[in-house]
Design a protein around this ligand. Sequence first.
Ligand SMILES: *[C@@H]1O[C@H](CO)[C@@H](O)[C@H](O)[C@H]1NC(C)=O
Ligand SMILES: *[C@@H]1O[C@H](CO)[C@@H](O)[C@H](O)[C@H]1NC(C)=O
Ligand SMILES: *[C@@H]1O[C@H](CO)[C@@H](O)[C@H](O)[C@H]1NC(C)=O
Ligand SMILES: *[C@@H]1O[C@H](CO)[C@@H](O)[C@H](O)[C@H]1NC(C)=O
Ligand SMILES: *[C@@H]1O[C@H](CO)[C@@H](O)[C@H](O)[C@H]1NC(C)=O
Ligand SMILES: *[C@@H]1O[C@H](CO)[C@@H](O)[C@H](O)[C@H]1NC(C)=O
Length: 348
Amino acid sequence: MEYPTKVLLFFLQFTILTLHIQALDQTNSSKPQNSTTDPYKLLHIIQNPDGSLTRIKDYYPTVPPNTSSSISFSKDVPLNRDKNTWIRLYLPNNSKHVNLPIIIYAHGGGFILLSTATPNFDSFLSNTARQLGVLVVSVEYRLAPEHRLPAAYNDVLEALFWVKGKKDEWVKKYGDVSKCIIMGESAGGNIAYIVGLKASILTRQLNPLVIKGLVLIQPFFGGVTRTRSELKLPDSAGLPLVITDLMWNLSLPLGANRNHPYCNPVIGAGSSKLEKVKKLGWRVAIAGCDGDRLYDKQVEVFKLLERRGVDVVGNFSKGDYHGVFVTETTKALLFFEFMRSVFYSYLA
Ligand SMILES: *[C@@H]1O[C@H](CO)[C@@H](O)[C@H](O)[C@H]1NC(C)=O
Ligand SMILES: *[C@@H]1O[C@H](CO)[C@@H](O)[C@H](O)[C@H]1NC(C)=O
Ligand SMILES: *[C@@H]1O[C@H](CO)[C@@H](O)[C@H](O)[C@H]1NC(C)=O
Ligand SMILES: *[C@@H]1O[C@H](CO)[C@@H](O)[C@H](O)[C@H]1NC(C)=O
Ligand SMILES: *[C@@H]1O[C@H](CO)[C@@H](O)[C@H](O)[C@H]1NC(C)=O
Ligand SMILES: *[C@@H]1O[C@H](CO)[C@@H](O)[C@H](O)[C@H]1NC(C)=O
């Protein structure tokens, strides 16, 4: 079932994931997975003979940074020219504030799609900066399959050192590198978690940058064994298994399956670095909702962190869908409230 392009573009103003919800609503969701459903078609991507992807541009609009706004200003700066990575910074429009906490952010898109400049991410981050009184450092990391994991993790880690170096005027003038939070949504939530683990053993090298916590918004995790929410939710809930399977196939290191710790953090009772995260006293916040196919794995990760003695706070609500916090303003406001309650001593 094809929608007119105009309608598709309209949906893309919100999120690629709600697009799927709309498109897949046309199928009978109580039927088992339709194995002939082509995830490449659903995602508007084409695999090239060399393994790279063509992401059909009409379906993946971006917006420029915003220099005049009553909410936040943004600008793009290079991170690593050799890798073609860059950063979009967001500064709230109430410039008398200095020493702002810094949120280092990774966007969603299953490791293979989208950008910090995707309209709904851009607008979410502009609001994040303003609502929480923070400087946002959003990383345009390398995508798979051209650059499989750990490329995205390494890019976000590199961004932490970039912040530490205070090479940028906004970071130097308005930021407080001793109050950093690593945050991400969907695949970005996964990135925030893994980069947090990597950074937990680099605290001396990162000094004077200090990480206060990790925020995982509907993080994208999985595993070989399907969870209940993966199996029971209809395709109309978005993120059908053909899509998440493809995303893992294209992003995990070659030869790895979905029990790789990049995908399934609960395997083997979790990373040994969680001991370090616990000792450092970082707070980990996880936001999810049970209308999201990824919900059960998110709860598993929450319980793992609890068991391992990490200071973890969950906000798991009923209903909704994957992508809701970066799509709906009212849900974003609830999420910001949750953030304030978790990081009450740092956030506005
Ligand atoms: C959807 O599929 C189920 C099971 O195959 C069937 O009972 C139901 O009538 C179908 N609904 C629609 C709207 O086609
Ligand atoms: C699966 O989806 C394709 C494409 O939408 C459709 O042509 C086909 O009839 C579907 N098959 C089943 C068994 O539902
Ligand atoms: C900042 O916000 C104020 C009012 O909210 C507005 O008047 C002003 O034009 C904004 N500044 C810029 C540079 O956009
Ligand atoms: C810039 O921010 C204003 C809100 O302050 C918004 O209306 C406008 O769409 C933004 N422009 C871009 C290019 O994002
Ligand atoms: C993912 O890879 C597995 C194993 O190679 C394969 O069986 C499966 O069809 C692939 N799934 C997708 C959606 O590409
Ligand atoms: C999630 O956080 C919001 C905002 O603080 C709060 O209103 C809501 O009750 C929380 N929900 C749960 C299930 O913890």
